[in-house]
Design a protein around this ligand. Structure first.
Ligand SMILES: Cc1cc2nc3c(=O)[nH]c(=O)nc-3n(C[C@H](O)[C@H](O)[C@H](O)COP(=O)(O)O)c2cc1C
Length: 185
């Protein structure tokens, strides 16, 4: 396991009582190079060091990642005062590509979580005063539900604890092995 992943496992453990430590910011760019950033929920990590996120193919992040798979994750753990910045390459998986993976994540959601995917098109105008209607069935994975796998290419880690603070850079060498370098913060 790479050194940074051992550190991340520890950060998640130390902050396990704080739900907000499971949220991180995911930045993408559109076709003109304009950056967009939003909060998403960390849903786990694969054996291949991919961060797992669930989302909706009708959101901006989907079309942006389809055109440019490069993304950055910024994740701050306020209790341990650590920041991880991950440079990532995204792969988006829908039910038509891997029904088992997508179903596995859909089935983990509560009914309240599933509901959010059945309210209609995200980002389109909402009529004042009308309740949002559920379109679809909780037992069936909606075609727009997707899993985003963010393969970590490099890591910029900063720990604000201590004087001086510590910063580390992690990336893969030509043989695919992770190498680390301490940096001036
Ligand atoms: C705490 C929090 C957690 C969120 N988690 C997710 C998530 O896991 N997946 C997701 O697609 N959107 C999530 N959102 C909503 C996104 O931040 C964003 O508003 C939405 O996905 C539309 O973004 P986009 O159109 O830029 O893609 C979350 C928002 C908040 C505030």
């Amino acid at each position: 396991m790479p050194q940074w992943r051992q550190g991340l496992t520890k950060s998640l453990h130390q902050t396990r009582s704080m739900p907000e430590s499971r949220y991180f910011q995911l930045a993408t760019v559109d076709g003109s190079g304009t950056p967009f950033c939003r909060t998403v929920v960390f849903r786990g990590m694969t054996d291949e060091n991919q961060l797992v996120v669930i989302s909706d193919t009708r959101t901006e992040k989907y079309s942006q990642l389809e055109k440019n798979a490069q993304a950055q994750v910024c994740w701050y753990f306020s209790k341990s005062r650590e920041q991880y910045r991950f440079s990532c390459l995204a792969t988006i998986i829908t039910a038509s590509q891997d029904i088992n993976l997508v179903k596995q994540h859909w089935n983990k959601l509560s009914d309240a979580g599933k509901k959010q995917f059945l309210w209609g098109e995200p980002g389109t105008p909402r009529n004042d005063g009308t309740a949002l209607q559920i379109e679809g069935d909780f037992d069936e994975v909606p075609p727009h539900f997707c899993v985003i796998l963010l393969a970590i290419e490099s890591v910029d880690y900063l720990n604000l604890r201590g004087n001086p603070q510590s910063r580390e850079w992690h990336q893969k060498d030509a043989n695919g092995n992770w190498v680390s370098q301490a940096l001036i913060p």
